[in-house]
Unconditional design. Structure first.
Length: 431
């Protein structure tokens, strides 16, 4: 009986044990699964943190580079003194000869360094180690040449920005046109242009009197980076002497020349200048003479004006450059073809203005070259010829023909433009 009871108890315990085993197995499996999920999530989160840290590092790299690019340089300004050259300045900055040659060669591809003048400024930029990394200087008032010397030599030409303006002034002369103009805030550059414009009609020492009224309108630019002012063309000019008025308006003709005309369309200028340079004296006249080099009597077909080397030479009239270059005993030579059969020639020049070449249009009074002593010459001077229908004539005895007179549609266009110029002048003057 006891044995039977023991078997019955054992048989009843087997299902309970199996049930407990199965339950515990599933509990353990579920726990391991949850642990795996937690571990997986932790790994994912860790990976996210690692990725995020990596991204932050990647973002930081450009910032570091950016700060490197913004290295602050110390600027030193060097003023060009008498006798200085670009080479001597680089030598004084302890550049090696090989580097000097490379820098000069690179610049000369774009700019003639001989044109840098005494008194101009060269800026040198050094890093914190005292190494020169950049050199800058002005090509002209509107352009900066920047030579970068970091890893290799790179040239950058930067045009400066500018604002353009129209200014109008009016004043009464109490002493002289020039000095009274200065007192009334007129630029010396504009005053020189006024004198040049009216010099065909007025003797400024004899004709200008007290109470003469001067009224002008002109253009100028302001270079934004430097604040420098550049004065351009006069648009309108008037001088009233004893109630009589001389006035002229700027106008571009149909053939492409900028000139000045009165209200009737008559040109202010005469067609040919007798003397195409300032401050010169006549050293040899037109006619037969004993040549100073050959010793033979020979016809001198022009007039010689003695002047220092480098003195600017002006175009004798509006025209087209017909010849530029060396011409035998004339040395460096320019010939200009004008209207009505006239030509002018300029000899013994030291150099030509950079923009002058065959076929270029020039305006009367525009600089075309510089006095020199090239060719058969005993000293610096300009040999000036006026040729009419292929015959040489004496410039000093030339009866000057009148300038251009506007007609037809060109005259109508001028009348429309001068009314606008005059209205603008009054508006600026009295605003």
């Amino acid at each position: 009986m006891f044995r039977i009871l023991r078997y019955l108890i054992l048989i009843s315990l087997i299902p309970s044990g199996y049930y407990l085993f199965i339950s515990e197995y599933f509990n353990l499996s579920e726990k391991k699964f949850l642990e795996r999920e937690v571990l997986k999530n932790e790994i994912v989160e860790d990976k996210k943190e690692i990725i995020q840290e990596k991204k932050e590092e990647e973002v930081a790299i450009p910032n570091i580079k950016k700060s490197i690019d913004k290295v602050q340089y110390v600027e030193k300004k060097i003023k060009i003194l008498q006798g200085d050259t670009f080479v001597s300045i680089l030598e004084s900055l302890n550049f090696e000869q090989e580097n000097i040659y490379e820098i000069i060669s690179e610049i000369e591809n774009f700019f003639d360094l001989k044109k840098i003048k005494t008194g101009e400024i060269i800026s040198v930029f050094e890093n914190s180690f005292g190494e020169i990394k950049k050199i800058e200087f002005f090509k002209n008032s509107e352009t900066i040449i920047s030579v970068n010397l970091d890893k290799e030599i790179n040239l950058n030409i930067r045009e400066l920005s500018k604002d353009s303006y129209i200014e109008s002034k009016e004043y009464t002369i109490t002493e002289a046109l020039f000095s009274d103009g200065i007192k009334n805030g007129v630029s010396p550059d504009i005053l020189v242009k006024i004198i040049s414009l009216f010099s065909f009609d007025l003797d400024f020492q004899r004709d200008i009197r007290v109470n003469t009224v001067v009224s002008i309108s002109y253009e100028f630019d302001e270079i934004i980076e430097t604040g420098k002012l550049e004065y351009n063309d006069i648009k309108y000019a008037s001088i009233i002497i004893d109630g009589k008025q001389l006035e002229y308006f700027k106008f571009m003709t149909d053939d492409g020349y900028i000139d000045y005309f009165n209200r009737e369309g008559k040109n202010v200028k005469k067609s040919i200048l007798k003397t195409p340079l300032d401050g010169a004296r006549i050293s040899s006249n037109f006619g037969m003479r004993k040549h100073p080099i050959s010793g033979f009597n020979k016809m001198h077909k022009g007039v010689d004006f003695a002047a220092p080397t480098g003195t600017p030479i002006y175009a004798g009239g509006n025209g087209i450059v017909e010849y530029v270059g060396r011409n035998g005993g004339y040395g460096k030579y320019i010939r200009i073809r004008h209207n009505n059969g006239y030509k002018t020639a300029y000899a013994h020049l030291s150099n030509y203005k950079k923009s002058i070449s065959k076929g270029v249009r020039v305006n009367q009074g525009e600089v075309i070259g510089y006095v020199g002593s090239t060719g058969n010459s005993t000293g610096p001077h300009l040999h000036y010829e006026i040729i009419y229908q292929n015959k040489h004539i004496n410039p000093l005895k030339l009866k000057l023909p009148s300038g251009k007179i506007l007609q037809g549609k060109e005259l109508e266009r001028f009348k429309e433009e001068y009314k606008i110029i005059y209205a603008d002048h009054l508006s600026v003057l009295y605003e």
